[in-house]
Design a protein around this ligand. Structure first.
Ligand code: SAM
Length: 320
């Protein structure tokens, strides 16, 4: 049968091949792995020209894998987590710990690197510094002006704009540091995501159920907006839209809404109590199983519903 290649089929094929490396790194949160595989696949449609920056780069693991870096199968991000006891009660970030125990076993370095990565959290930057995917790293709070000259970057990438409270100020800053002939690539979540959760069923599920499932993540997203509101924001910031590519569907968001999140701290404790041999052997079978299970979801337009719904996340390619 002849398969006609569309952007969606190309992204699906690339997400399918990215799934296993992301599962290897994030095996205990397989729902994050398929999301990142799709993110990496859609990002591949807009190559990164230098000088480049990854704004809110976190621990850099996503960009390391996206840029072709390869970890040993024995490595994963859960080996160096902390504050597991606080994850449920205080909504602590289990990855925001000291970087001392973070020992990425790198088999192949990335094939390219960003010139700069920046993030709010020094502990995450210290981890990112070990991956060789950023030439320079800077600590920065996106609620303040970005510490870079006008037009400093040909490519500005950010997948975390929804964490910023002053979104207009932040987008104007992204626009300011983007070179006139360059572009910004933003991955933005839509307000519709709020409807792809179980929150509407609180009357039957109860507050405690939703607290356990939610683990406070919605509090981190002050600036979700509808598609048209995001587009008005880009316009106000002085960006024009070259391309908009939805890559996370309503169905993806519903699967991700629960995933293994509620039990992740327990899974991490259990996995980290195993001998190295047992951990490696269980992880191998686990990754193979989720690779097969999640393969059908690796399409940007994957939808099980009858009616068309707003996507949950869109990649925007923007020009100043
Ligand atoms: C969901 S993570 C994404 C990290 C990374 N881009 C990735 O794809 O793995 C969101 C990131 O935003 C960062 N962040 C949150 N608020 C921030 C702020 N006000 N200024 C800068 N970074 C912030 C967090 O530290 C975290 O690393």
């Amino acid at each position: 049968m002849l398969t006609i290649e569309t952007p969606a089929t190309r992204i699906a094929a690339e997400a399918r091949s990215a799934l296993r490396p992301f599962l290897n790194a994030y095996w205990l949160r397989p729902e994050n792995a398929f999301w990142m595989a799709l993110r990496s696949a859609v990002l591949r449609q807009s190559p990164v020209a230098g000088p480049s920056i990854d704004v809110s780069c976190g621990d850099g693991v996503f960009s390391f894998l996206h840029a072709g870096g390869e970890f040993s199968p024995d490595f994963d991000v859960f080996q160096a987590v902390t504050r597991l006891d606080d994850v449920h009660t205080r909504h602590a970030d289990m990855f925001d710990g000291a970087a001392g125990d973070f020992q990425p076993q790198i088999i192949n370095p990335p094939t390219w690197r960003y010139d700069v990565g920046c993030d709010l959290k020094p502990s995450l930057l210290a981890k990112a510094a070990r991956l060789g995917v950023y030439s320079d790293l800077k600590q920065h709070d996106n609620n303040a002006p970005l510490p870079f000259a006008d037009g400093a970057f040909a490519t500005v990438y950010c997948n975390s704009a929804y964490w910023v409270t002053d979104i207009d100020g932040f987008l104007a800053e992204l626009r300011r540091i983007t070179r006139g002939d360059g572009h910004a690539i933003l991955h933005v979540k839509l307000k519709a995501m709020g409807a792809y959760t179980l929150e509407a069923h609180e009357d039957r599920l109860g507050g405690e159920f939703l607290r356990i499932i939610g683990r406070g993540r919605h509090a981190c997203w002050p600036t979700l907006a509808t598609r048209s509101e995001w587009e008005r924001r880009f316009d106000r910031a002085g960006f024009s839209i070259e391309r908009a590519t939805p890559f996370i569907s309503a169905t993806h968001a519903r699967v991700w809404d629960i995933g293994l999140r509620p039990i992740a701290p327990l899974l991490v404790r259990m996995a980290n109590a195993l001998t190295a041999e047992n951990r490696a052997s269980i992880k191998r079978d686990w990754v193979a199983l989720f690779d097969a299970l999640l393969a059908p979801l690796c399409a940007p337009d994957f939808a099980l519903g009858e009616v068309e719904e707003e996507p949950a996340e869109i990649q925007y390619l923007l020009h100043p």
